[in-house]
Design a protein around this ligand. Structure first.
Ligand SMILES: Cc1cc2nc3c(=O)[nH]c(=O)nc-3n(C[C@H](O)[C@H](O)[C@H](O)COP(=O)(O)OP(=O)(O)OC[C@H]3O[C@@H](n4cnc5c(N)ncnc54)[C@H](O)[C@@H]3O)c2cc1C
Length: 235
């Protein structure tokens, strides 16, 4: 998984390149800490950006949806896309209006989509999606039906042309502004999980099953997702 991706004309960071990285480990760690991406593409000269859930298998990113989705109908035959994933880590309150900023980790991936065309491939891909988020759950569920597989499209892109960018640290005020008498600093931001709400009429214990215990109230979503990704890598 380690090593650096080749830097292309599209992935060379021009603005604040010191915050950028093309290291595969860095890129995968940012991808593995999330599950929402934005897919950018062009149909008939018009730009669209669609938010959707994604998952990773090895060095490919996958997403799926209804076969009736305009995005998926356009992407299934193969189309160039730009996929972004970003995490907001903090609000940076500086001593001037223009130096207020945010802390973040983000990834940009360029690639051409490929569809998972056959039912077996879709079944495997959807199993991987469920396993990635909810270990041990698939075995308890009603088996997926062919009609369900026929009703979706699954597409993927290789993680071959990609960059990461990380803004961490704190306030970056100029020396001459340090005397401004205002509060300055960072307000950290993180997505935390709430208490689970069992559906009415469930036939099992209302507590979350043991393999999902990481989804406890107050846990950081990032950390839960990263822990599950490293479990997958170890397994
Ligand atoms: C949550 C969040 C909030 C942000 N807020 C602001 C803001 O308010 N103002 C602002 O100017 N910028 C902000 N950024 C940074 C922004 O994403 C761009 O990096 C920045 O605007 C420079 O854009 P550019 O097109 O000049 O980059 P360039 O350096 O010209 O982009 C060239 C290539 O570098 C890579 N690259 C650029 N940006 C990123 C990135 N963020 N992640 C991964 N790869 C990247 C891509 O491969 C891109 O094609 C924010 C980023 C995030 C994640």
């Amino acid at each position: 998984m380690s090593g650096s991706l080749p830097v292309t004309e599209r992935t060379r960071l021009r603005r604040r390149p010191q915050r950028g990285s093309h290291e595969m480990d860095t890129i995968l760690r940012i991808l593995d800490a999330g599950l929402l991406c934005h897919v950018g593409y062009v149909i008939a000269g018009e730009p669209f950006v669609t938010p959707t859930a994604y998952w990773r298998e090895g060095h490919r990113l996958y997403w799926h949806g209804s076969a009736a989705s305009r995005m998926l109908r356009a992407l299934a035959p193969g189309l160039p896309v730009c996929v972004t994933v970003s995490h907001l880590d903090g609000l940076v309150l500086s001593r001037t209006g223009f130096t207020h900023s945010v802390l973040y980790r983000s990834v940009v991936v360029f690639g051409r989509t490929a569809a998972v065309a056959d039912r077996d491939g879709k079944r495997r891909a959807m199993d991987a999606f469920l396993d990635r988020l909810y270990p041990g759950r698939r075995q308890e569920l009603r088996p997926t039906e062919n009609a369900e597989l026929d009703a979706i499209e699954v597409v993927s892109i290789p993680i071959e042309e990609a960059s990461a960018k990380i803004r961490d640290g704190g306030v970056l005020d100029k020396e001459e502004d340090l005397g401004v008498p205002c509060w300055a600093g960072v307000i950290p931001v993180r997505a935390t999980l709430g208490a689970s709400r069992p559906d009415s009429g469930i036939l099992t214990d209302p507590a979350l099953p043991a393999p999902l215990a990481g989804y406890r109230a107050g846990a950081s979503l990032d950390e839960v997702l990263l822990a599950m990704a490293s479990r997958d890598a170890a397994g």
